[in-house]
Design a protein around this ligand. Structure first.
Ligand code: PTJ
Length: 260
């Protein structure tokens, strides 16, 4: 397949460049075809959201960063899509908040795990869990995502799961963990099961998390606790759904597509 040149003036240039990163990861064998489909679903929600980080996502980011800064043992879980889209940001965020990085895949093969760990190392990671040590199992979970490191997700108190499936989010919650999800679909089971849901594109949310982590690091732990206790995920999801519905109606009206 030929590589395409995306003109600087193309109105969808940013979105097309993101697609190219996933396609490159797919060609290198660490993004699964299902990951390309999942991204298409994400793009659709991103279009409805307005392709900009909205206030409900900013509020969730602050709560998520507070949870990470207060955590005893935080872990960032990485899959194929995340490795293709934000490998450098995963490493930098882990560094700023003092988190471990663990590869954890839905469509797990040892070859993909190894390739994703390599991508993270190329981006500055010094240690990646989940490669030869995913020997512990998350109870009551039947996908390959149940395999975790006993030095990582198994013992974590706070886990960041960008682009996650609902089953594992629910299983991690049942284990008493604080689960932070990044998911463009506010209605997904993951979005609803997570403790904190950042309804935003991972390519925008991760850099913003890094920026806020650097700023919030200077706050006292009681201020961070206050950010966390005043956070209400149900309210954030309702705001996200309302935003999408109002935006959709607004666009339809301006295009003359609303009959009543
Ligand atoms: O690499 P693996 O084997 O772990 O597989 C990864 C995928 C993503 C294929 C796997 O986890 C999967 O099938 O995911 P789902 O169940 O399709 O869920 C993906 C969710 O992420 C959907 O709710 C999408 O709307 C959302 N999503 C897709 N792209 C993005 C996104 N959310 C944030 N940023 C994105 N760029």
């Amino acid at each position: 397949m030929e590589d395409i040149e995306i003109p600087a003036s193309h109105p969808r240039r940013e979105s097309l460049l993101v697609r190219e990163k996933l396609i490159e990861g797919f060609k290198k064998g660490f993004v699964v075809p299902q990951g390309l489909i999942a991204h298409g679903r994400g793009e659709c929600f991103d279009y409805l959201i307005g392709e900009e980080t909205q206030p409900f996502a900013k509020e969730a980011i602050d709560a998520a960063v507070a949870a990470f800064l207060l955590a005893r043992y935080p872990v960032i879980s990485v899959n194929g899509n995340v490795a293709a889209l934000t490998p450098g940001e995963v490493v930098e965020l882990a560094d700023v908040v003092g988190a471990k990085i663990e590869v954890n895949l839905f469509y797990r093969t040892e070859e993909r795990v190894r390739k994703i760990a390599e991508v993270l190392m190329e981006n500055g990671a010094t240690h990646v869990l989940g490669v030869d040590d995913a020997t512990a199992l998350i109870p009551e979970l039947f996908s390959e995502r149940r395999r975790v490191s006993s030095k990582g997700i198994l013992i974590a108190d706070v886990v960041l799961v960008p682009l996650e499936d609902g089953d594992r989010t629910e299983a991690l919650r049942r284990m008493g963990k604080t689960v932070v999800a990044i998911d463009l679909n506010p209605l997904s089971r993951t979005a609803r099961a997570a403790s904190i849901t950042i309804v935003d594109n991972v390519v925008r949310a991760m850099p913003l998390m890094i920026k806020r982590a650097k700023e919030l690091k200077r706050r006292s732990s009681s201020e961070l606790k206050e950010l966390l206790t005043s956070y209400d995920n149900e309210r954030i999801l309702r705001n996200a759904v309302r935003h999408i519905a109002q935006r959709l109606l607004g666009i339809a009206e301006s295009e003359g597509l609303l009959i009543c």
